[in-house]
Each structure stands twice: as structure tokens, then as C-alpha cells.
Design a protein around this ligand. Structure first.
Ligand code: PLP
Length: 388
């Protein structure tokens, strides 16, 4: 008799998706929920970018590209990164010779390639907690062990918090700023400290900067979000197009890092994703020239609104970027975050319990990537639940 169970490996069984599924199962019964759970911008892809993608399709740009990505996009990214990090990554008009760039199928694609390339059984990967859920599962898939760095209550992955957890088995340190789920932006001194720590312990630093444009405290010239890439070149810098240009379904990202690692990742991409979608690469090149300041400013205002409204009722670390906040459920309610989220769902508001992103179940993630009216209604419900 055919037994499908026989074809599911322990590798996959080790991945547990029940936390988030439970929330979505509860939400499935809601008719028109006030949805504050969405991990993507509520605006659409800029029109000029859509037009370039449509034209590329019409022009027959529909075939495989080179695995590492089309030259025009790679060049544009290299110029941008070299300009932003002239002291570490930038060389003569491009990247330093020992660095390379790979166009990936989203940052997710880059994360999978990195972890399969860099770690395996017996290796440990440091993950600041709370974390983007994919990290934990991809580390497990690669056969390595996730080690969580507790960053409560301010959510800063400081060297002081990380260093005690480093062992001879530690190989990779994941750094994500602006952060999903907390929205916290690590200041330059934390970025520097983490870069130095990785150097001292010979760790590969993986800097996931997918929310880099959604940073409300940019500084420098050109203005930028603080990044460990300002302080070291021994890192894999990962950025994408999903959030900045609302291209989540288009699957485009990039990695810049030490050439020997990037070349192995390229080899793996050749035998897995093959390449990032061709017409999207063309459109991505155009996207890099589109200003998103207006959208980012609108999100900064929504962020302010979230703080104004929730701070009197919840402990909330002011988020400096991304489009999330991560408030703590008031102790006085005597409930876990999961229970609080269930209550919110009973009142038609969809948020995500912290336990999905963390070893703790005390906070919840709220996404303000929605229109102002939805946000206002959702915040009203959360405040009324906190007041009970
Ligand atoms: N990294 C972080 C921190 C994210 O929040 C996400 C998406 O939510 C990703 C990576 C993956 O983005 P994509 O694969 O769409 O580029």
C-alpha cells in the first residue's frame, strides 16, 4: 500500500509550522478582518516598474538568464553598494576584488543558499530573538542548530548579549536590522560592535537588510540605515525588492559577500532556482531608480500613530524602521500573548503572537502596512482589550 508518510524526511518533520497556522485557522472564520498581520506593503508596485516588466515580457525577455543575474542589474547593485560602503565593500568604481554579487530569488532564496552553503550538522547559528521565522527553519533544514540570543526588552542584538553564547561550533551570526518582527533599528555602535565580535571569533555575519529603505532614522551622506557593512567586509549583505517596491510576488533579492562563498551559492542556485525571474531582473534595474521617499514617509507617520495610541496602554519599544511594532501584552491581563491574540481575533483584529517569532509568548506583532482607517480601527480594539 502506498504510504505518503514514508516520503517525508526527518529534516522536514523537524520543521513545525503549527504556531502561525493556528492563527490563520482562527482568522479563516473572520469575514472582513481588520488585518494588522500583513508582512508586505499595502501600496502596489510603482507604475514605471510594472511597465518595464510588461515591456520585457513583450520583448521576449522570458528565458533563463545567467545564474548570477543579468549584467545591468548586477552593475547597478554593485555601484550602489560600493557608493554606500566605500571603506569596506567599495573598490575602484565597483566592489573589492575579493567580493562578489549574486542576484537571488528574493532574500528568502539568498538565505536558503547561504545556510546550505555555510552550515551543516554540528554547526551553530546565532539568531537574535525575536527573529524572522524563516531563519530558525532554514537553519534546521541545513542540519545546523539555532542558538537564540535573547534581546528583550529593547530588542538590540548587542555584542554583550551575543558573546556568551559563542562556542567553538558557532559559525554564523544572523543580524536583521530594521527588524522583523520588532521594527527596531540597531544604531551604528551596535552594528560596529557586532562586526568586531564576528571578526574576533571568525564568524560569518549574515546581515539581512531587506527593510533598509524603511528606516526612519537615516544619517550620513548618502543618508542610510546603520549597517554592519560600514565596519567589515567579512559579511553577507542581503537586500531585496519585496518590501521597498512592494514586489513580494516577483521574487528578487541580492547578496554581496566574500567571493568564494558567493560562488558556492551561485553553484547551488544553478542547480536549484537556476536564476531569479528574468523580466523581474529587468524591472528591478528600473526600480533602483525610483524614489520611494513618499511611501516611507507615510509609513513613518503610521508608526508615530501606533506609538501615540498604544504607548499609554502597552510597553512598546519605539520601532525605528520596517513596518512592525512589537508591544508587550500587559501583565495585569494575566494572559499569554497567544491568548491575547485569540481575544483580538474574537474582536475581528488579526495580529500575530510573539511565540511565532520567539521563545517567549509575551508580545505580539502588529503590522501597520495598511490604510489609515484600518489601522485606526485596529488600534482602537487593541486599546479597548488592554483596558479591560
Ligand atoms: N528577511 C526578512 C527579515 C523578512 O521579513 C522577509 C519577508 O518577510 C524576508 C527576509 C524574505 O523576503 P523576500 O524573500 O520576499 O525577499
Amino acid at each position: 500500500m502506498f504510504d505518503p508518510d514514508r516520503f517525508i524526511t526527518d529534516r522536514l518533520r523537524a520543521i513545525d509550522a503549527s504556531g502561525i497556522r493556528r492563527v490563520f485557522d482562527l482568522a479563516a472564520n473572520l469575514e472582513d478582518p481588520i488585518n494588522l498581520s500583513i508582512g508586505q506593503p499595502h501600496f502596489d508596485v510603482p507604475e514605471p516598474v510594472k511597465a518595464v516588466a510588461a515591456q520585457a515580457i513583450a520583448d521576449g525577455f522570458n528565458r533563463y538568464t545567467q545564474t548570477q543575474g543579468i549584467a545591468q542589474l548586477r552593475d547597478a547593485i554593485v555601484q550602489r553598494v560600493a557608493r554606500e560602503f566605500p571603506h569596506t565593500l567599495g573598490g575602484d568604481g565597483g566592489l573589492h576584488g575579493d567580493l562578489d554579487c549574486l542576484i537571488t530569488s528574493g532574500v528568502s532564496g539568498g538565505l536558503l543558499l547561504t545556510l546550505l552553503t555555510a552550515v551543516g550538522p554540528g554547526d551553530e547559528v546565532l539568531i537574535p530573538d525575536p527573529y524572522f521565522v524563516m531563519y530558525r527553519h532554514l537553519v534546521t533544514l541545513a542540519g545546523a542548530t539555532p542558538v537564540y540570543v535573547d534581546t528583550y526588552p529593547d530588542f538590540l542584538p548587542t555584542p554583550e548579549r551575543i558573546e556568551p553564547l559563542i562556542t567553538p561550533r558557532t559559525k554564523v551570526l544572523i543580524f536583521n536590522s530594521p527588524s522583523n518582527p520588532t521594527g527596531v533599528v540597531a544604531p551604528a555602535d551596535v552594528c560596529r560592535g557586532v562586526a568586531e565580535l564576528a571578526g574576533q571569533h571568525n564568524l560569518l555575519l549574515l546581515s539581512d537588510e531587506i527593510y533598509d529603505e524603511f528606516c526612519y532614522v537615516k544619517s550620513g551622506d548618502p543618508p542610510r540605515c546603520p549597517s554592519p557593512a560600514s565596519f567589515t567586509r567579512n559579511l553577507l549583505l542581503m537586500r531585496g525588492f519585496s518590501k521597498t517596491y512592494a514586489m513580494t510576488g516577483w521574487r528578487l533579492g541580492y547578496v554581496v559577500g566574500p567571493a568564494p562563498i558567493v560562488h558556492e551559492m551561485t553553484k547551488l542556485q544553478q542547480y536549484s532556482f537556476v536564476c531569479a525571474p528574468s523580466m523581474v531582473q529587468v524591472a528591478g534595474t528600473a526600480a533602483l531608480g525610483v524614489e520611494m521617499d513618499e511611501q516611507v514617509a507615510a509609513y513613518a507617520k503610521k508608526r508615530d500613530r501606533v506609538i501615540d495610541k498604544l504607548a499609554p496602554h502597552f510597553d512598546i519599544t519605539a520601532p525605528g524602521g520596517a513596518f512592525y511594532a512589537f508591544p508587550q501584552v500587559p501583565d495585569r491581563l494575566g494572559v499569554t500573548a497567544t491568548q491575547f491574540v485569540e481575544r483580538a481575533i474574537e474582536h475581528n483584529v488579526l495580529i500575530i503572537p510573539g511565540s511565532v517569532f520567539s521563545e517567549r509568548d509575551t508580545h505580539f506583532r502588529l503590522s501597520y502596512a495598511c490604510d489609515d482607517d484600518t489601522l485606526e480601527r485596529g488600534l482602537d480594539v487593541l486599546v479597548s482589550l488592554a483596558r479591560r
